[in-house]
Design a protein around this ligand. Structure first.
Ligand code: ZN
Ligand code: ZN
Length: 193
């Protein structure tokens, strides 16, 4: 450790430089400052933390700030906030159906089970749980970023489009094939992926 206790001057300097980085979307310098602040135990400081969140969100790297990637599996039950996530999912399902922007399509659920079960499995695809968690935990206006180690299915794709319009939220999904940038009910891939 290069220092002990809090050094307001250094923290003030780091957060000021980070604010400058945020306005220029300078992620490289921000990452170096982030490492510096972790090494010097400054990352818990509220000004440094806020400045980091600002620069990463402006540059679209929100998950880096928390150093914690939330992982969801289909049918997830172990996440500590799973009950809230499922309630949020129910709310979104209601809202999107009510507005006529989303209708579940069980054709995308490939498990060989009866229709009712298919719809339940489809509803709990990992990216649907992840977007609910993002809505619950990220401040308004911050895009939700999801990484998927498989291709996003057609049903989740249309769900993301509808959530982006109903919640006025930018959603970015990176799957094995490409980036999908959902906004205002549309996806950047124009539904070809
Ligand atoms: Zn899916
Ligand atoms: Zn897409």
């Amino acid at each position: 450790m290069r220092r002990e206790g809090n050094n307001p001057l250094t923290e003030f300097t780091v957060s000021s430089v980070l604010c400058a980085c945020a306005s220029k979307c300078d992620v490289l310098t921000s990452k170096q400052l982030h490492c510096f602040s972790i090494k010097n135990s400054m990352d818990e400081n509220v000004f440094v933390g806020t400045a980091l969140l600002d620069v990463y969100s402006k540059s679209g790297f929100v998950h880096d700030i928390k150093d914690k990637v939330h992982t969801f599996m289909a049918g997830e039950r172990k996440h500590p906030r799973i009950m809230e996530i499922l309630l949020e999912l129910d709310r979104l399902m209601e809202e999107t159906k009510k507005r006529g922007v989303y209708k579940p399509d069980a054709g995308y659920e490939l498990h060989d089970v009866e229709q009712g079960k298919k719809l339940e499995l489809l509803k709990h695809h990992s990216e649907k749980l992840a977007v609910c968690f993002g809505l619950m935990s990220l401040p308004e206006g911050i895009p939700i970023r999801i990484m998927k180690n498989l291709r996003i299915c057609g049903d989740c794709h249309s769900f993301m489009k509808s959530v982006s319009s109903v919640e006025s939220r930018e959603i970015i999904v990176r799957d094995t094939n490409r980036f999908h940038h959902f906004w205002n009910g549309h996806c950047s891939c124009n539904d070809f992926w």
